[in-house]
Design a protein around this ligand. Structure first.
Ligand code: ZN
Length: 474
């Protein structure tokens, strides 16, 4: 952690705005001690990958709760919600059986919450390419086929909206499986359950990019047949999943709250180090720092560790539902879920009205390079359910870095985390939490239901919202 401390000391020296008795300077100094990285190592190397509904996720929730209690958060607690379906990944294999001279194994992996094939199946391969719409006319021969298809971003809808629409369409037409070329390098496959939870309509399989190219070359010369074998397990018996919540009470009356969040569930093939172990580590360390420094902001800072994000923002949706009566007093939400990359500022997800106040608020963070705002909107993180109900919902904005390369792949492991950047993100999250909670004026108001609907439409996330909320009727 020596490097991290050096970086922060430099940043503090470079920032004339931060006097050493300034709470911000004290927060930044504490973040430089590297507590987030130490916690992240425990989370990843002891607990490991944390699929929602799994034993590992339960262990992670216990770990977070005990760390919060240890830090002095007597009010740290679980908040439960029902989980419709649990899912366990089993073995997955695929191979070319014809043409016989090209017979060989393929690098494949199941998407999340997809059914298995039960037995090894034989299926002819069909290539649908990249359809321009979800209700594309399907060629004859789809029934019983393994269909290779490359869902793309269409208009404002991200590719996973098309993926879900095509899965439904292919299942209705009787396809045996949907094969999606991975966009990762080095034969890595991808996983996700977005638009597929609580049960995908057919086996959805990620095929390594290199292997997809091989399949397409072979198809160019003639018929191709595959053998596919996926064994996944669903459990729909009653189960309650949990979020972990802790409050740093505000000094002012009125019960106003600022929520700082991250999700502690992850994908199973790796350690969920960057997605979203890094966010959990930064938010937990921010909680520990603010408590240890005796910081007492005007408003309550609520630290929220959500589960079920990877399925359909289940934990944050459950939170919004359970806390409906308090949403008028929820002044802002800040979520960290884009990895421990270099901080840039705060993402406002289309809320132009927040631009000026947030930039003013972030001015003291100039030495961290974290004074920027972006209006780019997304709906695939835990800020989204708060957008729906009009609460100012923001995310930590960071450099892209190599986040996408390892995202939802077997390579999302601890060694990819730069401790200096995680310390810088931790400092920014903790300082932003303090500034949001302590500012005299709230940074913005809660939008009416009509205004919120208009925001989703203008921000281009309406289609994603429809898909996510179709995921689990509640
Ligand atoms: Zn995430």
């Amino acid at each position: 952690m020596r490097v991290a401390r050096g970086l922060l000391v430099l940043l503090l020296v470079a920032s004339p705005g931060l006097a050493q008795d300034d709470p911000l300077a004290r927060i930044a100094g504490a973040a430089s001690r590297g507590g987030a990285m130490t916690f992240l190592e425990t989370l990843t190397d002891t607990v490991g990958g944390r699929v929602t509904g799994s034993r590992e996720l339960r262990a992670a929730s216990e770990l977070i709760l005990s760390e919060l209690k240890k830090a002095g958060y007597a009010n740290a607690r679980f908040e439960e919600y029902p989980l419709e379906a649990r899912w366990t990944r089993g073995p997955a294999s695929g191979r070319i059986t014809s043409p016989p001279e090209s017979a060989r194994a393929l690098v494949v992996g199941a998407y999340g919450w997809v059914p298995g094939t039960e037995v090894e199946i034989q299926a002819p391969l069909l290539d649908l390419g990249s359809p321009a719409k979800g209700d594309v006319a399907l060629p004859t021969g789809v029934k019983g086929a393994a269909v290779l298809v490359d869902p793309q971003k269409i208009g404002v809808d991200p590719s996973f909206v098309m993926r879900a629409a095509l899965a439904k369409r292919l299942a209705e037409a009787g396809a045996a499986a949907m094969l999606i070329p991975s966009d990762k390098p080095h034969r890595m496959v991808y996983t996700s359950a977005f638009g597929l939870y609580p049960r995908a309509p057919l086996p959805v399989i990620s095929v390594a990019k290199e292997d997809s190219l091989l399949l397409r070359r072979l198809l160019g010369k003639g018929a191709v047949k595959l053998a596919l074998d996926l064994r996944n397990i669903f459990d729909t018996s009653p189960y309650r999943e949990r979020n972990v919540i802790a409050d740093l009470p505000g000094a002012a009356p009125g019960g106003e709250v600022v929520l700082i969040g991250a999700h502690f569930d992850s994908w199973d093939p790796a350690q969920g180090a960057n997605d979203d172990g890094s966010g959990v580590a930064a938010v937990l360390e921010a909680a520990r720092i603010l408590k240890s420094l005796g910081i007492a902001p005007r408003r309550t800072i609520r630290f929220a560790f959500f589960s079920g994000e990877e399925e359909a923002c289940l934990g944050s949706r459950a939170y919004v539902k359970a806390h409906e009566a308090e949403l008028d007093r929820l002044r802002a939400v800040l979520v960290m879920d884009s990895g421990a990359q270099a901080p840039r500022g705060i993402g406002l997800h289309g809320r132009g009205d927040l631009e000026a106040p947030v930039r003013r608020l972030l001015a003291p963070l100039a030495s961290f390079g974290a004074t920027g705002t972006t209006l780019d909107a997304s709906f695939d993180q835990d800020h989204a359910p708060f957008m729906v109900v009009g609460v100012p919902a923001m995310t930590l904005w960071v450099e892209d870095g190599d986040y996408d390369t390892n995202h939802h792949a077997v390579t999302d492991t601890l060694d990819k985390i730069d401790p200096r950047l995680l310390a810088a993100d931790t400092a920014v999250v903790a300082m932003a939490a303090y500034l949001l909670a302590d500012s005299e004026q709230p940074i913005g108001r809660r939008l009416s239901p009509e205004e919120s609907a208009e925001l989703l439409r203008k921000a281009g996330v309406e289609g994603t919202k429809r898909m996510v909320y179709a995921g689990a009727p509640r």
